[in-house]
Write a protein that binds this ligand. Structure first.
Ligand SMILES: N[C@@H](CCC(=O)N[C@@H](CS)C(=O)NCC(=O)O)C(=O)O
Length: 233
């Protein structure tokens, strides 16, 4: 009598390595059961899951009684164990070595660097939303019926606020956080007019450093482009 295999995978499809495992399983129609582990709900930190993977990470695979963690190991195990086209993880040593070469490199390059950008973008989105909320309050509370933050005349409060809101323009993006806030833009112009050239004197160094970095970056891109061209010749 043939033995019935039971293959279970513990996944959260918001996770990149989990999606890779899921795709391999589904596109090769390997019979399996998905146990969802919602990372955002902390389901990877329960005692039950920790028993399965003391590292508290997904993906995890349980094939009969064989438990395996690490997407790389899981993908290669599935490709070797199950009857799927050989191209997924070739048997021929040189072709297999090419796959191993990439996957070894992947975990210290593509993965951390792409994931970092994702995390920073999420953090940045959150920070921008919070700042927008603060800018709304500056407009609706402090500038509601007056030209400056604390009345009809400029005060030190305006200096503190304007310098803070100019700071982001000194970043590589040069982002103007007041773009969607015309009331604050008009206030900034009033502050600039009230302090005259001191405004530019104080901010010049911020923009010089920003532009120097931008220049370095574009020089570097040109250099890399030329290098690549000369290598290809
Ligand atoms: N090297 C592991 C990494 C697994 C991993 O980092 N999983 C993340 C989701 S993408 C995780 O479970 N994070 C939960 C945590 O660290 O608390 C693999 O490729 O399987």
């Amino acid at each position: 009598m043939a033995t019935v295999r039971s293959l279970e995978v513990y996944l959260d499809l918001l996770s990149q390595p989990c999606r890779a495992v899921h795709i391999l399983l589904t596109c090769n129609r390997i019979p399996h059961k998905v146990q969802t582990v919602a990372l955002r709900k902390g389901e990877n930190r329960t005692a039950e899951f920790t028993k399965l993977n003391p590292m508290k990470k997904v993906p995890v695979m349980v094939d009969n009684s064989f438990t395996l963690t690490e997407s790389d190991a899981i993908l290669k195990y599935l490709a070797s164990k199950y009857d799927i086209p050989e191209h997924w993880y070739p048997w021929q040593p040189e072709r297999r070595a090419r796959v191993d070469e990439y996957t070894a490199w992947h975990h210290t390059n593509t993965r951390p660097h792409a994931a970092e950008v994702f995390i920073l973008e999420v953090v940045l989105d959150g920070a921008l939303a919070q700042l927008d909320d603060t800018l709304d309050k500056l407009e609706s509370m402090f500038l509601r019926r007056q030209p400056f933050l604390c009345g009809d005349d400029i005060t030190v409060a305006d200096l503190l606020a304007v310098c803070e809101l100019m700071q982001v323009r000194g970043s590589a993006s040069g982002r103007d956080v007041l773009l969607k806030h015309p009331q604050l833009q008009r206030w900034r112009s009033r502050v600039q007019a009230a302090v005259g050239d001191s405004f530019h004197q104080a901010h010049a160094i911020l923009f010089t450093i920003r532009d120097r970095h931008r220049l370095c970056f574009s020089d570097l891109k040109i250099f890399l482009f030329l290098k690549e061209k000369s290598l290809n010749c």
